[in-house]
Design a protein around this ligand. Structure first.
Ligand SMILES: NC(=O)C1=CN([C@@H]2O[C@H](COP(=O)(O)OP(=O)(O)OC[C@H]3O[C@@H](n4cnc5c(N)ncnc54)[C@H](O)[C@@H]3O)[C@@H](O)[C@H]2O)[C@@H](O)CC1
Ligand SMILES: [K+]
Length: 477
C-alpha cells in the first residue's frame, strides 16, 4: 500500500525532523535527490544546459542546492531568480561557490531569461512548493508558460501551480516529466499525474505515519493478497455468490458484460436475476439465472444497474435489492433510479453499499458537490450518503464514509469504451460477495479492471468483452 499526506501532515512530520537535523541538511538531501533525477535522465550530463526557476522560499533553496550539485557534474547551470532580494541565502551561496550563472528577472538579466529557457536541456522548477497558496501569481506564471516542452522538466516537491492537497490547478502550472517530492507523496501528485509526470519520493529522513494517511493507493501485491486462489475444501459460498441485476430488452449486452466480469474474478457461483436469463446462460453456462431477484436464492452481494433500464420493472428489482441485508452495488441505470428516489439511497445508509457513478451520474445524485475538486467531492459524497462511492475517471477514486480515499493508478484509454463499466460492476460484485469490505472491494476491483485495461492496450484488444480474459492474468515479477 502506498500512502499520501496533506501539506499539513507533511509539515508536522517535517518540523520534528527540522529540530533534529536542521533545515540546511534536509535541503541538501532533497537537492541530492533532485540532482540525481536529472543526471539519471541525461546523456551526456557534462555540458548539458540547465535552468533553475527559483522562487523566494525553501523550494527555491532546494533548486539552488541541486544546481550546485549539477555544476559539480559539469553542467552549465543558470539560476533565474524570480524574487532576487528573497532568494534562499544558503542555496544561493552554495550555487555561487560552484560558479553558477545568476539572472535576476527584475534586473539586467530579465531580458535574457526567455532565450536561456529556450535553449535549456533541463528546467528545474523551484518556484514554489508546499508553501504556496492559490494559483501562481502572474509574475511567476509567465515563466512557466515559456518552459519548452522538449526540455527535461523536473519539479521540486510539487509542480508549481498545482494544489498538492487536491490536484487542482486553476491557472498556469509547471508541467513536469518528473516530480521529486520531499518526505512523502501528496494526493495532488496522484490525481494530476498528467502534470506531475513520474513521481519520485525523496527520503530526507522524515516521513509521516502511514496510519495518518487519508489517501491510499493499492499495489498489485495488495490486490493479490486479497484474492487467494481456491483451496481444497473451498465451496461455492466461501468463494462468494454475487447476484447480478443487469440488462434489458434494449441493452441485452450489459447483462453479459456484467456477469462476465463477476464470473472471471472467481466467485463460487454467479446468480442472475433479470430479463436476459436465457442469453446469460447461453454465454455463461455456469450461471444460475432467473428473472426475479426476490426468488434468486442465497446471494452474498448484489449488483444492480448496468443496462437495466429505468422503467417500473427495473425499479421493482432495484427495490428488492436495496431491501436485502447483503452488500449492494448500484451502477448506471440503478444510479438514475436512486437519483429519482432518494429514499432508496437513504435506506442503504450505514449498510454495506457501493455506488459507482461516472461524473454525470455523480452530479445527478449529488448536485451540490463541486467536481472541480474530485477528491473533496467524492469524500463529501460518501459522508453525506453514508455509503462507499467510487467515482470513475482517469483516476478512479473510492471514498468510504470515514474519509479515507483510495486513488486508482491503473488503467488505460482502452477502458473508455461502451460496456467497460458493466464489467467493472461485475468484478466488484464478486469481490463484495467474497467478503471484502465495500471500499476494499471497490478499490481492488478498480485496480484489476485497470490492469486488464493496460493489457488490452498492449494487445490492442478493443471491445469491453475482451476484458474478461485479461482480469486475472498473474502479475509478472
Ligand atoms: N523547511 C525545510 O527545511 C525544508 C523544505 N523543503 C522545501 O521547502 C518547500 C517549502 O518551503 P517554503 O515554506 O519556504 O515555501 P515555498 O518555497 O513552497 O513557497 C513560499 C514562497 O512562495 C511565495 N508564494 C506563495 N504563494 C504563491 C503563489 N500563489 N504564487 C507565487 N508565489 C507564491 C511566497 O511569497 C513565498 O516566498 C518544500 O516544498 C520543499 O521543496 C525541503 O527542502 C525539505 C526541507
Ligand atoms: K516546485
Amino acid at each position: 500500500m502506498l500512502h499520501a499526506w496533506t501539506v499539513e501532515q507533511i509539515r508536522a512530520a517535517e518540523s520534528a525532523a527540522l529540530a533534529r537535523t536542521g533545515d540546511q541538511e534536509l535541503m541538501r538531501r532533497a537537492a541530492g535527490h533532485v540532482a540525481w533525477a536529472v543526471c539519471d535522465r541525461l546523456d551526456p550530463v557534462t555540458g548539458a544546459e540547465a535552468v533553475l526557476l527559483v522562487g523566494a522560499g525553501n523550494n527555491g533553496g532546494d533548486a539552488l542546492h541541486a544546481g550546485a550539485l549539477l555544476r559539480r557534474r559539469g553542467m552549465a547551470v543558470t539560476a533565474v531568480l524570480l524574487d532576487p532580494g528573497r532568494a534562499h541565502a544558503g542555496g544561493l551561496a552554495a550555487f555561487r561557490a560552484r560558479r553558477g550563472r545568476v539572472l535576476a528577472v527584475d534586473g539586467a538579466g530579465g531580458g535574457a531569461v526567455a532565450g536561456v529557457l529556450e535553449r535549456a536541456d533541463v528546467v528545474v522548477d523551484g518556484i514554489v512548493g508546499i508553501g504556496a497558496r492559490g494559483p501562481l501569481r502572474p509574475d511567476a506564471a509567465r515563466w512557466v508558460d515559456l518552459v519548452p516542452a522538449a526540455a527535461l522538466r523536473v519539479a521540486v516537491d510539487v509542480p508549481s501551480g498545482l494544489d498538492p492537497d487536491t490536484g487542482t490547478h486553476a491557472g498556469p502550472v509547471f508541467t513536469a516529466d518528473v516530480t521529486v517530492t520531499v518526505g512523502g507523496l501528496k494526493p495532488g501528485l496522484l490525481l494530476a499525474d498528467d502534470v506531475a509526470g513520474t513521481v519520485l519520493v525523496a527520503d530526507v529522513g522524515f516521513a509521516p505515519k502511514p496510519a495518518d494517511a487519508r489517501v491510499e493507493v493499492l499495489t498489485d501485491l495488495d490486490v493479490e493478497a486479497l484474492l487467494p486462489d481456491p483451496r481444497t475444501g473451498s465451496d461455492k459460498y466461501t468463494g462468494g455468490v454475487p447476484g447480478i441485476v443487469a440488462g434489458s430488452a434494449q441493452y441485452p449486452g450489459a447483462a453479459l458484460l456484467c456477469v462476465g466480469g463477476a464470473v472471471r474474478v472467481r466467485p463460487g457461483m454467479v446468480r442472475y436475476a433479470g430479463p436476459q436469463a436465457a442469453a446469460v446462460v447461453a454465454r455463461w453456462p455456469e450461471v444460475v439465472a432467473g428473472d426475479d431477484p426476490s426468488r434468486a436464492g442465497q446471494v452474498q452481494a448484489w449488483v444492480a444497474g448496468p443496462g437495466m433500464g429505468t422503467d417500473e420493472a427495473a425499479l421493482d428489482r432495484l427495490r428488492t435489492v436495496v431491501d436485502a441485508d447483503a452488500p449492494v452495488l448500484v451502477d448506471a441505470d440503478g444510479l438514475t433510479l436512486l437519483a429519482r428516489h432518494p429514499e432508496l439511497l437513504a435506506a442503504r445508509r450505514d449498510r454495506p453499499t457501493v455506488l459507482t457513478p461516472h461524473e454525470r451520474e455523480f452530479a445527478r445524485i449529488f448536485p451540490d458537490l463541486d467536481l472541480a475538486d474530485r477528491l473533496g467531492a467524492v469524500r463529501r459524497a460518501a459522508a453525506l450518503a453514508g455509503v462507499t462511492v467510487l467515482l470513475k475517471g482517469h483516476r478512479t477514486l473510492v471514498a468510504e464514509p470515514g474519509g479515507t480515499v483510495t486513488v486508482n493508478t491503473t488503467g488505460s484509454g482502452w477502458l473508455a469504451t461502451a460496456g467497460s463499466g458493466d464489467v467493472l460492476s461485475g468484478v466488484i460484485g464478486s469481490l463484495l460477495a467474497a467478503g471484502l469490505s465495500p471500499a476494499t472491494a471497490a478499490a481492488a476491483g478498480a485496480h484489476l479492471h485497470g490492469r486488464a485495461g493496460e493489457r488490452a492496450a498492449a494487445l490492442r484488444a478493443a471491445g469491453a468483452h475482451q476484458l474478461w480474459d485479461l482480469l486475472r492474468v498473474p502479475v509478472q515479477r
